[in-house]
Design a protein around this ligand. Structure first.
Ligand code: CS2
Ligand code: MG
Length: 404
């Protein structure tokens, strides 16, 4: 069997997705997610112009070899664009391997280690009453772990605070330029502990609560936030400092016992290596789509296992259902699975990407269809062409561009 056709489909059923479709000489189709929020077309070009032609006539069963061919062969390694493109090829090849074997991918990865993957979802509110309502809504939907994000008094809008439907949280509207948000770390640090105090008073101490700081703090500020939140027993505090400096977490770790999670912007095991080896984190959060696919993330997770670090795959709505399915097959089988992020996709997205995975009573299961368990309605997808959209840019009140 040989790879006969490689297609890149960029579509925007409510938001942009880049999808790779590989067809073999036996007519088996494999799908991969290559979505890089705000930089989608760069990955599409990498796949179309540089990777697609190299895949023709290769043996689709040689997943590891193809991964190394694309990674080592290019000379230019790593980076989100390269690694998302390689990830898409990798997912599609695992999908094909599962379909050929007649097995769901989790069976190829060693079989189930648990009955389902514990999921957390987002609750958001501009103020406390809104946030409490949002937590209630998510609990009613069946979630058993909640990430809580809140508005900050004095700031107009804070990234991650959703609109009313709890599904979208990026700024409404798309456009040729990113929107701008004002950020004030002092106001944030003063406010957030009281948010978790009120959530604990309202929902008790057993509900796992998570919080995302979006890389906006210095190590000293992160240490202070961790200490201030300790009484509220968070499941994790996410992305406290900018991700490209792993040693920043040494200082944070020295000062707080709050569990730390990081990794959604990582694209290689080398981003995680020091954090794992020095046990500076408790959860590794790489997205399968942004870190080289199943083949590479499996290595990151195996290294994490040695250091008692559990997984917490990135799974917001900009990861397509294909990327989420890949995370669930890995999550179901990995010994050190921790939790899976789950932001529901809009109904139209679920129509374009029909999926075998299901959410039930707080847990996600990848389903038992052969491969990843996703089928793409291409005709429907092409009715929604790409629209330019960016993540917002954060700046301080005086206009200085800020980390995020
Ligand atoms: C967030 C993401 O889900 C998360 O934890 O940090 O929403 C992230 O901001 C987006 O995926 C960026 O594309
Ligand atoms: Mg995050």
């Amino acid at each position: 069997m040989k790879i006969e056709d490689v297609q890149v489909i960029v579509s925007s059923p409510t938001r942009n997705f880049v999808t790779l479709k590989i067809r073999t000489s036996d007519g088996v189709i494999g799908l991969g997610d290559a979505t890089l929020n705000g930089r989608e077309l760069a990955v599409a070009s990498y796949l179309r112009d540089h990777i697609g032609p190299l895949l023709i006539a290769r043996d689709p069963s040689q997943i590891e070899d193809t991964w190394n061919y694309l990674y080592k062969g290019a000379y230019w390694r790593r980076g989100p664009v390269t690694m998302a493109a390689i990830a898409a090829v990798d997912m599609a090849l695992w999908d094909i391997k599962g379909k050929v074997a007649g097995l769901p991918v989790y069976q190829l990865l060693g079989g189930a280690s648990r009955e389902g993957c514990l999921a957390y979802t987002h609750a958001t509110g501009a103020d406390m009453p809104e946030l409490i309502d949002s937590v209630h809504r998510q609990l009613e939907l069946g979630y058993r772990a909640i990430r809580a994000q809140s508005g900050v008094p004095g700031l107009d809008g804070v990234y991650g605070i959703g609109r009313s439907d709890d599904v979208d949280y990026e700024p409404a509207g798309r456009g040729a330029r990113p929107s701008e948000e004002t950020w004030d770390t002092s106001a944030y640090l003063r406010h957030i502990p009281s948010v978790f105090e009120q959530l604990r008073n309202q929902f008790g101490h057993e509900l796992p609560l998570l919080h995302d700081a979006h890389h906006r703090l210095t190590p000293q500020q992160a240490a202070r936030l961790g200490k201030d939140l300790e009484p509220y027993d968070l499941f994790w505090l996410e992305d406290v400092t900018p991700a490209e400096n792993p040693s920043a977490l040494r200082l944070v770790r020295q000062h707080t016992t709050i569990p730390l999670a990081i990794g959604e912007v990582f694209n290689s095991i080398w981003d995680a290596e020091l954090l794992l080896r020095e046990q500076l984190i408790d959860f590794i959060r790489c997205a399968i789509v942004h870190a080289g696919g199943i083949t590479h993330v499996r290595k990151i997770w195996s290294m994490a296992e040695l250091y008692q670090v559990r997984t917490g795959s990135h799974g917001p709505s900009d990861v397509s259902p294909i990327g989420l399915a890949a995370a669930l097959h890995m999550g179901l089988s990995a010994p050190n699975f921790g939790i899976q992020e789950h932001m529901r996709h809009q109904p139209l997205v679920d129509e374009v990407f029909r999926h075998a995975y299901r959410f039930d009573d707080g847990y996600l299961h990848p389903g038992d269809e052969p491969g990843l368990g996703i089928s793409l309605d291409e005709e429907l997808a092409t009715r929604y062409p790409y629209e330019c959209a960016y993540l917002p840019v954060a700046h301080l009140p005086d206009g200085t561009v800020h980390d995020w």
